[in-house]
Design a protein around this ligand. Structure first.
Ligand code: UDP
Ligand code: MG
Length: 307
């Protein structure tokens, strides 16, 4: 098999038919030896029956049906685990990633690369605050971590089987695939494209999910926030020390002890706040350690026609 296409699906009933049609056209321009792996991530709409119908009609269409919603990254991961191709394409189902680009990705890969990701030179129909926070976030992440995660990329990319096998062997629970793929090294490059608007339906990434994803990215690639907590602790202790000296001076040399309620309040609140921040940072890491220590399966398959 030459190409496997992995497509995570969460409530995409209005997109699947058109997506399938465009995918078939795009992939057959490269090879007839391919598979399309639709991973149904607990959709509540008609996505699953549509996928099953397609798989009954076309032997290239495979499906994996999760027992519930496990999240976008896990859905992609499950697809990777079942992919049999020499090359694997990861693509969103909402047609924001144009399937026609697969040919260009594939051609570039043949020039001796192991990863070719699609980099957005333009994003249509995204709110300005999403663009701004995304930009800021990746700048910060690249500062904090040793892996260089390319700016303006999603998971839309093509990778070789070699890279896929490494990713599949990484058991961590809090997946940040674009970071993990960057981390593997090898020859990676990008091609530019214009990101379209979602074809139908609504985004399945509300701010709450995005925030969790953002923390996953930072905590899996950097220990600096933990160290930051320590630095912050030292800094605050230093300031507190100065305040203590000042207070004692006031008390013994100025005999001026009636006042000071406000400074007391300020310092207590300040130190309390900093302590909570530090605890929170430790908690973020601790929770993720818990996730991994529990050794639960990453996902549960209810039904599938993959081997
Ligand atoms: N998705 C998924 N599980 C989820 C959320 C999203 O499989 O819990 C899929 C979704 O169907 C789509 C892709 O992940 O194919 C990207 O999601 P979306 O388009 O909602 O994200 P955005 O483009 O708004 O960041
Ligand atoms: Mg989208």
């Amino acid at each position: 098999m030459e190409i496997s296409v992995v497509i995570p699906i969460f409530n995409e009933e209005a997109n699947i038919h058109l997506l399938h049609e465009r995918l078939v056209n795009a992939v057959t321009a490269v090879t007839n030896d391919y598979e399309l792996i639709f991973v149904n991530d607990g959709s509540k709409d008609k996505s699953l029956p549509i996928i099953k119908e397609l798989s009954a009609k076309f032997s290239q269409v495979k499906f994996i049906d999760f027992s519930k919603n496990f999240g976008h990254q896990i859905a992609v991961f499950a697809g990777l685990e079942h992919a049999q191709g020499n090359t694997i394409v990861i693509i969103d189902a909402d047609l924001q990633d144009p399937p026609e680009l697969i040919k260009d990705l594939y051609t570039k890969l043949q020039q001796g690369y192991d990863v070719v990701f699609a980099q957005r030179e333009q994003r249509v129909g995204e709110s300005w605050h999403k663009l701004l926070t995304a930009k800021l976030y990746y700048r910060v992440l690249n500062r904090l971590s040793e892996v260089e995660i390319p700016l303006d990329t999603g998971d839309f990319r093509i990778i070789t089987k070699k890279v896929k096998d490494i990713i599949v062997s990484m058991p961590e629970h809090n997946k940040f695939l674009r970071g993990q793929i960057a981390w593997t090294g090898f020859n990676q490059t990008s091609i530019l494209y214009k990101r379209e608007e979602r074809h139908a339906g609504n985004t399945n990434y509300p701010y709450s999910k995005m925030l969790k994803f953002a923390f996953d990215g930072i905590t899996s690639f950097s220990n600096i926030p933990l160290r930051l907590a320590t630095y912050l602790g030292f800094m605050v202790s230093f300031v507190a020390f100065l305040v203590i000296v000042y207070t004692l001076y006031q008390k013994y040399f100025k005999h001026d002890v009636v006042q000071g309620w406000s400074s007391l309040m300020v310092s207590i609140l300040f130190i309390g706040g900093v302590q909570l921040i530090c605890l929170g940072i430790i908690g973020e890491y601790l929770g993720r350690i818990m996730d991994n220590v529990k050794k639960r399966p990453l996902y549960i398959v209810k039904d599938s026609n993959c081997k």
